[in-house]
Structures are given as C-alpha cells and as structure tokens.
Design a protein around this ligand. Structure first.
Ligand SMILES: [Fe+2]
Length: 279
C-alpha cells in the first residue's frame, strides 16, 4: 500500500515522524507545555508473510508464524513479491452480522444462485476437499468450468508463466481471516463486526505479475489484474445484496445441524466460535 516517513493529521495538521514523535505542530506556541516524548504515537509490532503486513494490536505469546500454522507457506507463495502485484484494496459494509459473510465464504452451494455469471458453478461435493485443524479450515477443488472466460484465463496464465495450476483453494483462519488462492488472483480478506447486524469486509487482492517479460506480456498481465479485481469486487457486491436477507432469515432459524458435507466447514467455524477459547 506504499509507505511514508511522516504522517499528517488531516484535521489540525499535526505531523509525526516514523518514530511516533511530533514534527511540525501548526500553532505550536499555543501548546508551550506539550511533552513530545510522552505524547508520541503508539507503536505496534509488525510481521510479514509474502507482501502482507500483519500488525499486532495486542499482546500475544504466539509468533505470526505459529498463528498462521500450516497456512503460512501457502499465503507466502500466493503473495510473494516477484510474481504478484497489489491490484485491489477495498472496504465494503455488509448489513448483516459478521458471521453471515464468514459462512458465505465457507460454502460454495450458493454460487449457482448468486454468482453464476461471475464466479461460476458449484463444483459439487465429490470434486472438493475439506481440511480441518485447530486454527481453521480449508477447501480445494480442481474442477473448472469451460466458459470462454475460464479458457482465456488458463491460456493467458500458460502464456505468461509457462504452466497452469487448475486448483482453487480457500482458507479460513479462525475467526475472521480468509484467503482465496488461484493462479490469477489472491484475495485476502478480513471481516470485522461493526454492530450486531452490520460488519465490514476489508479486501486485499494481488494479481499475477510475472517478471522478466516483454511489453506485450506485461500489458496483458496488467489487463488481467484489472479484470480479475473487477470481477472479485462484483462477487463481493453480489453477496452484499443477499446477506441482509440471510440476516433476516436467521432470526427465525433453528439450529438444524449439518444437512450435507457442503456445510461442514460452517459447522467447524461455529464450533470454534462457541467454544470458550474461541473469542
Ligand atoms: Fe458469495
């Protein structure tokens, strides 16, 4: 997302250096007793995986690597600097409890109804693999549609990189961090509650950026990054329309358990959340 050596408040114009201390204070003579040391900005530990920067907001004994567990290498590979470039950073508000978009990310059988034109079809249970751990769950399928867009995507990636991995992988790190990984775009997103019936999703997208190629390939990759970011946002907006309705339906719902394997990642999430250590 870039970097800066100074921060400036857009309200009163106070400026801070990267050490957290004030630099320029407009009207500083009005604050003769201001203690620069004492009123420095708070500092937080950060750690990185690939191009992702994680900020530690509270004390925690685990390192980032321990927290990410088996998902670390996957995230690192799908966001490393030499092959991936930021193509999306956005925030959306959903008028629904935060657990509804989390649930929506954990099953694919709403695809046919809500995302048929953008995401494609539900691959079906036989074509998917679910993995479960204490930290989260994951999904994987090699099933792909044969639409023009999907065939063009595969041909483009083969042309740009020399190979194509058909896998679609999705990971959920309890409670609210998710990532979907394909050869074209990596989406990392976090869903945070705002109120009981409203939440916010922050999405970071990294598109394919194969280095060491000529102008034509670089331009094609640029076009793919733009297109894939646009499709991704369309999918999140399709969800934004349906989630408030799901929210209103939930009020009358009873705990029905799991109807099929396609709901078992949801059950694992709720089990984690209901456990005393889950939150
Ligand atoms: Fe969805």
């Amino acid at each position: 997302m870039g970097n800066a050596t100074e921060l400036k408040c857009r309200y009163h114009g106070w400026q801070y250096g990267s050490d957290g201390q004030t630099r320029r204070i407009p009207g500083a003579k009005n604050f003769p007793k201001f203690d620069r040391q004492r009123h420095r900005l708070d500092s937080f530990q950060v750690d990185t995986v690939g191009q992702l920067v994680f900020v530690r907001l509270s004390e925690c004994e685990q390192t980032l690597s321990e927290w990410l567990g088996e998902f670390e290498s996957l995230l690192e590979l799908a966001t490393e600097l030499k092959d991936w470039k930021l193509n999306l950073f956005n925030r959306l508000t959903y008028d629904a409890n935060w657990k509804i978009p989390v649930e929506g990310s954990l099953e694919s059988y709403h695809l046919d109804e809500v995302h048929a034109k953008t995401f494609g079809s539900d691959p079906g249970e036989e074509a998917t693999i679910h993995l479960f751990s204490e930290k989260g769950t994951s999904f994987q399928t090699e099933s792909r549609g044969k639409s023009f867009v999907e065939r063009t995507e595969e041909a483009s990636i083969r042309w740009l990189t020399g190979s194509f991995d058909p896998r679609y992988r999705h990971i959920h790190l309890f409670p609210n961090l998710m990532a979907s990984l394909t050869e074209t775009i990596t989406l990392v997103y976090q869903i945070e509650p705002l109120t009981a019936q409203q939440c916010q999703i922050t999405v970071i997208g990294l598109g394919r950026s194969p280095s060491r190629h000529g102008l034509l390939k670089r331009m094609w990759a640029w076009g793919m990054r733009r297109m894939s970011a646009r499709i991704a946002m369309k999918i999140f907006k399709e969800d934004a329309k349906i989630f408030p309705l799901v929210q209103s339906g939930k009020r009358g719902a009873v705990d029905h358990g799991v109807f099929g394997r396609c709901e078992e990642r949801l059950a694992a999430f709720h089990k984690h959340w209901a456990a005393p250590s889950g939150h």
